[in-house]
Each structure stands twice: as structure tokens, then as C-alpha cells.
Ligand binder design. Sequence first.
Ligand SMILES: Nc1ncnc2c1ncn2[C@@H]1O[C@H](COP(=O)(O)OP(=O)(O)OP(=O)(O)O)[C@@H](O)[C@H]1O
Length: 352
Amino acid sequence: MTKETAIQDESNPKTTQIPKNEEKSFANKEVLPKMKKIEGDEPSHLQLSEKFLKRWSIEGLIGKGGYGEIYLAVDIVKGEEVAIKVEPKKRRGKLAKRMILEQHVMFKMQGKPHVPLMYGSGYTDKINYMIMQILSINVGDMKKSNPNKRLSQCSVGRIIHQSITALRDLHDVGYVHRDVKPANMCFGIYPSSRHTLILLDFGLVRRYKMENGEWREQRARAGFRGTTRYVSIRVHRRCEQAPYDDMVSVMYTAYELLSGELPWKYLEKSEEVLQLKEAMTENGVNPEFFKEDKSVLIDFFKVVSEMDPGKAPSYEQMIECIKVLYAPKTLTDPYEWEENQKNGEDTSQEEN
Ligand SMILES: Nc1ncnc2c1ncn2[C@@H]1O[C@H](COP(=O)(O)OP(=O)(O)OP(=O)(O)O)[C@@H](O)[C@H]1O
């Protein structure tokens, strides 16, 4: 398992809901996920051209995570593209609970702007599945596909602003995400959604707050959950995760997208990664890590790293701080990848 892959905790719904149509015309095809061919001998749960549940025609494999597979499919009733996330029902002989929790949280979050629209979910003899809105390639892949391997300050500011709002919505319903990273962020592909960041992968969520608003008792030592590159210092130290820790992952995401890479990208050992994270923020934000264009992130790093992990994050303060990166643009102005398509060339440098 690579460092960038999430590590997780290991329940059975019968629901299948088909909500309203998403606007279909003018999909931004250039940012549609790059489909990967399903190789004959690769383990895959659905087959190309298969009519899944007699309704969804399987067109290709979009993504393969550590646990599930994500397929591009066409709803043959509505003629619309959808994404189907599939996970085997059993993992190492045990019932896999990850997607059950994910389905539950995603249903709870329906109607919030920064979660994928769910068209249905359920299970067959062998798999659990979720049918959801088709999205763009993920933000990590957008960064990688830019010639300079980073995103403009203006895009990063708007991605981070929307990530904070997305997480505030999740925290409000009582869950922490525990795997915030660029690969778990996409955009919508239709005119009405293409400037909206969508947060993915709710398979590692954990309830931190009860229905009455009281925080759950913290375990003295929690198991490691998340992706080494993006987790907070507290997670390295096996502390129970809180909304604060999601915000720290947003902070590292901002740094990576803006500068191209995190200082610990090439480090193998978690202990070494921890040491660099400590050097970056433990005794105040260290300017050595924020030279040149990265200096715009100093205030944001101060606000996030100085927050009290035992309290709700100051979402508004973080947003105010990050708006500086994209002003005078607004959240609804075109992003660099749209401008690049319009101009037929790369303009990402100009925006920095
Ligand atoms: N609705 C969607 N539309 C388009 N692409 C998607 C969609 N959902 C997921 N993807 C793509 O598939 C990738 C993996 O998705 P996801 O993280 O949900 O799977 P996972 O099996 O939980 O992964 P991991 O094991 O890495 O946590 C994402 O990074 C994204 O690129």
C-alpha cells in the first residue's frame, strides 16, 4: 500500500432512490474522468457493456481505490452518465462495512452543495454499490496534468474555500472525514455545477459528536486512519481525530496544490514525515518552508495550526484568510482549466 492510499476501519441497506435529474447539456467533457481500460485479468466487479441491474450500461473504469472500483456508466432510462462505486461485500472473509457507512453519510448529506448527488445504493450477492453523480477528474490529477505540476493561487484559494465549507457541512452533522486530500476532491461537470467543489470518499468518516451536540469521549489511543502525507501531527501521534484534523489536511492540501509538492513527498518513513511537519509548524509557522509564492499561505497556516483541536474550528476566519488568494475573482468565475480550454493553451502561470 502506498503512502498516498488511505488506511481504514473495516453494515446493509436495501434502499434504492432515484432523485431528480442533473442538467445534461454542455457537459465539460475535457474534465471528464479519464477512463481506464478494464484488463481481462484484473480483478473487476463489473464488466464492460454489462447492463448492471438492467439499468446502467457499464462504459469504463474511472478509478480504483484501495477498496473499491469506480465505473463510468450510462443510465439507459434517462440517457445520462453516472458513476458507480462498487466494493466487494466481503473483505478477507469479513463483512466490509466501509461502504455501508459511506452510503449512510452520503444520504444524510444529500442537499448539501459539496457532496455527490446519490441516485441509488444497495447490494447484490457479492458487492455493495452506490450510483452517483459523475464528476470531473480529481483535483490531484488536475494538478498533475498541468505542465508546471501545480495550480494557480487563484484556483487553490477557491478550492480551499470550498473544502472548508464542505467539511463544515460534514462536521455539522457530527462526522469527521479523516481522509481529506486532493484525490478526494472533484468538480461538477455541468454548467450548474462546474464551479462547485465536491468532496468524495466518506468511507473513513467517524462520528465525533452525538445528536445532542456533545462530543464523544475520546479514546486514549486511536488507530491510524488517513493518508500519511496529509494527516495532522496529532494523527501521527494516534490522537482521536476531530474537525481540527480535517482542517490540517486542508492546510497541507493547499500547500501541495500551490507549490507542487509537500516537503515530505519523498520520505518513506512516517516518523520522518512527522519530523518535517513538526519543523513546519510546531514552534510557530517556520518561514523557511514558505519562501517566494508560498508566503501567501503563512497567515492561513497560522490560523489553522494555532486552533484548539478540542473546539470547533473557526471556519469563517479560515475562509477570510484564504479569500486573499483569489480576490478579486469570485467562486463562480471560470477556473484555469476552463480558460486553458478556451484559449487552447496553458495560462496557469499567468494567474499566479
Ligand atoms: N462520482 C465520481 N465521478 C467521477 N470520478 C469519481 C467519482 N467518485 C470517485 N471518482 C474517482 O475515483 C477515485 C477513487 O474514488 P474513492 O476515493 O471514492 O474510492 P476509494 O476506493 O474509497 O479510494 P481510496 O481507497 O483511495 O480511499 C477518485 O479519486 C476520483 O478520481
